[in-house]
Design a protein around this ligand. Sequence first.
Ligand SMILES: Nc1nc2c(c(=O)[nH]1)N[C@H]1C(S)=C(S)[C@@H](COP(=O)(O)OP(=O)(O)OC[C@H]3O[C@@H](n4cnc5c(=O)[nH]c(N)nc54)[C@H](O)[C@@H]3O)O[C@H]1N2
Ligand SMILES: Nc1nc2c(c(=O)[nH]1)N[C@H]1C(S)=C(S)[C@@H](COP(=O)(O)OP(=O)(O)OC[C@H]3O[C@@H](n4cnc5c(=O)[nH]c(N)nc54)[C@H](O)[C@@H]3O)O[C@H]1N2
Ligand SMILES: [Mo]
Length: 702
Amino acid sequence: MPNTLTISPSPTQVVSSLTASDSAHQVRGACPHDCPDTCSLLTTVEGGVATKVQGNPAHPQTDGVLCNKVSRYAERTYHPDRLLSPLKRSGPKGSGQFEPVSWDDALADIAAKLKPIAARSPEAIVPYSYAGTMGLVQGEAMASRFFNRVGACLLDRTICSSAGGEGMTQTLGGKVGMRVEFFAEAKLIIIWGSNSIGSNLHFWRYAQQAKRDGAKLICIDPRKSETAEKCHEHIALLPGTDAALALAVMHELITHDWLDHAYIEQHTLGWPALKERALQWSAERAASICGIPVEQIKSLARDYGQCLVDQQPAAIRLNYGMQRVRGGGNATRAVACLPALIGAWRHRAGGLLMSASGHFPIDKAALERPELRSGHLPRTINMSTIGHALLEETSSDFGPKIEALMVYNSNPVAVAPESGKVVQGFARPDLFTVVLEHFQTDTADYADYILPATTQLEHWDIHPSYGHTDVLLNRPAIAPLGQAKTNSQIFRELAACMGFDEPCFQDDDPTLCRTAFGDKVDFDELLAQGFASLKLPEAPFAEGQFHTPSGKCEFFSQRLQAQGLDGLPDHVPNFEAAGTSKDFPLAMISPPARSFLNSTFVNVTSLRNIELEPVLEIHPEDAAPRGITTGAVLKVFNQRGCYTVKAEVSVRARPGVVNGLGIWWRKLGLDGTNVNQLTSQHLTDMGRGPVFYDCLVEVKLA
Ligand SMILES: Nc1nc2c(c(=O)[nH]1)N[C@H]1C(S)=C(S)[C@@H](COP(=O)(O)OP(=O)(O)OC[C@H]3O[C@@H](n4cnc5c(=O)[nH]c(N)nc54)[C@H](O)[C@@H]3O)O[C@H]1N2
Ligand SMILES: Nc1nc2c(c(=O)[nH]1)N[C@H]1C(S)=C(S)[C@@H](COP(=O)(O)OP(=O)(O)OC[C@H]3O[C@@H](n4cnc5c(=O)[nH]c(N)nc54)[C@H](O)[C@@H]3O)O[C@H]1N2
Ligand SMILES: [Mo]
């Protein structure tokens, strides 16, 4: 089947001929991965084969540099295990046994299975997708049109950032903030809940520049990460205690009068109430909750306050690590209040950045066509509790039992919390599951059909970013491998098999690329150079103008109070707070292993050779009484399950907290499970998000 890529100039437009004599050329693209950096790529193609993937030196944010993972993108694309033809299950559910079938047979049979469900109970059909690709075309464009037309249930895409996103929206008005490039000019950078070297490398390069120019760097993270190690200060607080820390910093700012009274007066809402709240949070009180020295809190506040005194920019790189706990929304709100207190927003290099995604004027309705839905708004399933959802029977609360599941751009059996339940759900013999994938992942093992999808080198796409403010265009560099098709093409053809004849199912991928931003972004500029910068002010809130209903930084939120929640940020203790259980005395966090991206790349040999085996970092004080030494095989367990890992006795872990680096493919681990065997399906205070880092365990020698 030919792909549908036709556009002028030609799809694989030559950026440069490497030599006059051979056919090698470079094609401009975009890194598709779920990472704030959204790099501009240059793929070298020789004789129709991609031989090298490099960072584009012409794109300022990428600056010619790629991470270790994506520099292996060609290895991943040409991996011997790439799925190259549709597969139909030939063994029991979950056995991973499949046989090749033709596209025509696969799509006809899938349509035949979906049609009666769609006619009887469309909400029993569930799409499940996340950010395997961040592209808007291979993401939710054609797929959403398809599910809207079916009338399928909606998916609440909460698995990563919804608590923090909600916290930002309630406080600043959206996922908006500082421009990342200006971190280079800051005099104080607080990296709060992020291992930037591993997960946001291009931000880290700006932070390094600031450091060379005399800035102080402080990292707030329970783990002594690669990033924490390279900062001047590391505050190793207990997981889920960030709001207590932020409130105590406010307390110090108040008592020393390190406050920008004019900014607070003009551009904030609810200061008297927040002040009263913060005054309840002495450094001593917070120190005992955070498990850190009092002096560390005072010194953090002094550094922050001093920036006001010296009129120097203080910048916070807040990231998602700190919002994967029960109080994640409140914690984000508490931290997001800080810049307004010292007027940090007055500087272009001051303020805070969590996500930049709210700056992008995406025309979601034009891509997804909600008007294809007829009748009432269908129910919504939360992706973070897919384990529970798959095991629910029909009821008036829940709606119909889930009968069919279509998974694309995600690997829920590996990444969703409480995998024991997720696996049990996917293993249901009466569930019809289709998985669109590059590889036979843990999730694909449970499919009835696996459909082979193209990678970023093989399709068109267009990308916003959540870490910078440029739009990127991805051109296909090579033809689809084997019989792989783009996600969009698969949904187009499936729509035809279902008998959907609306013209929007004919839109090709380049057209969808143009549709994504309409006339808000100069498409010719994208075609010409591969990226285009949004036109934004340098200091977004220098004059207030927050995106909230009041136009102010909302310390107090009327909207939250109307939902029956606390209108002010507060410390909300973890569901499973450190030190609260005799049986499970250790808190476990599960941040990414640096060479993997969520569960992507775990099957790429050169990268797995760096990570070797699933590990649990444990502090010597916790290891010694358990007789644990580095390299020992451990059982990590709680009431939800048990996971086998290799011990790494290390001061990267603080006492009382173990770090189970993620996210391994279950079948490539030591016992066919991964760290999510232990995590729970509890949800955050705001945003209905998962609480991966709010999890108590015990550890013993295997
Ligand atoms: N190499 C690599 N890069 C990635 C990813 C990956 O898997 N691998 N994942 C990508 C994705 S999906 C995302 S969402 C982004 C963003 O990634 P984020 O999740 O925002 O940041 P991480 O760098 O993963 O770091 C999370 C950090 O938070 C720390 N942490 C855990 N609990 C707490 C807490 O309660 N408080 C505080 N202050 N810190 C805590 C962890 O120790 C860890 O160092 O990264 C992306 N980039
Ligand atoms: N314990 C624990 N669990 C976590 C986290 C954690 O820190 N700790 N992090 C959480 C976070 S932040 C996130 S974002 C989620 C991520 O969860 P997911 O979004 O599920 O991310 P991945 O595991 O990378 O799986 C993406 C899959 O999409 C596939 N894919 C990529 N491109 C395409 C394409 O074009 N077409 C198709 N059909 N498939 C494609 C890839 O092959 C890959 O298997 O995991 C969460 N789970
Ligand atoms: Mo994420």
